[in-house]
Write a protein that binds this ligand. Structure first.
Ligand code: HEC
Ligand code: HEC
Ligand code: HEC
Length: 105
């Protein structure tokens, strides 16, 4: 388990060091959610407009590559993934506001 975590850390470090994303701070991430509508997570918004630092999310919340986190809404309501901040205090919550993240209505 520890070795796996280190392995993932190295992969993410390599990603950070490469030019795999077009803008500083990562690209737009598309989470495919067929039964509710896809979610586009924007690094631009969170990093450039809101001024969050990379370490607010990496690697405590996200240590994975693009769109593979596979977190459920129930887990988000308990503070996982987007729910770490989208809890109704630091940012709008995930108990409602579905369409602010999910495509479609
Ligand atoms: C508000 C949270 C948040 C912040 C702040 C953040 N990221 Fe991310 N980052 C994410 C999410 C979500 C993913 C997708 C993770 C997943 O799919 O498991 C991601 C993935 C990535 C990836 C891999 C995918 C890609 O874009 O190619 C890179 C590289 C990355 N981030 C770089 C950065 C850098 C550099 C910063 C700071 C300038 C940063 N991130 C700040 C949330 C954040
Ligand atoms: C480190 C904290 C943090 C994390 C993690 C985070 N956000 Fe945010 N996000 C914010 C803050 C702060 C705001 C601005 C306050 C607000 O709108 O309530 C915001 C705003 C937004 C907005 C509003 C855009 C607009 O103007 O309507 C969207 C959409 C969004 N986040 C999506 C996501 C998604 C999707 C994830 C997970 C993949 C995520 N966020 C993870 C902190 C975070
Ligand atoms: C802050 C952004 C955000 C809000 C608000 C939000 N979601 Fe999500 N939702 C996501 C993201 C991102 C994923 C994909 C997560 C992953 O794959 O790691 C997701 C995944 C899902 C899934 C598939 C996983 C599961 O739990 O079954 C469903 C269904 C879903 N959302 C429904 C909803 C509904 C209904 C609401 C409103 C009550 C809502 N979402 C509000 C960001 C959000």
């Amino acid at each position: 388990m520890k070795q796996l975590a280190i392995g993932i850390g190295i992969i993410v470090l390599l990603l950070f060091a490469s030019s795999a994303w077009s803008k500083m701070g990562g690209s737009d991430i598309n989470f495919e959610v067929p039964d509710r509508g896809d979610v586009i997570y924007s690094h631009d918004l969170h990093v450039e407009e809101l001024g969050l630092g990379c370490t607010n999310c990496h690697y405590q919340i996200y240590s994975t590559a693009k769109g593979v986190s596979n977190v459920t809404m129930v887990e988000m309501q308990k503070g996982g993934s987007c729910g770490a901040c989208h809890d109704g205090t630091n940012a709008f919550d995930v108990v409602a506001n579905c369409s602010r993240c999910h495509d479609g209505s």
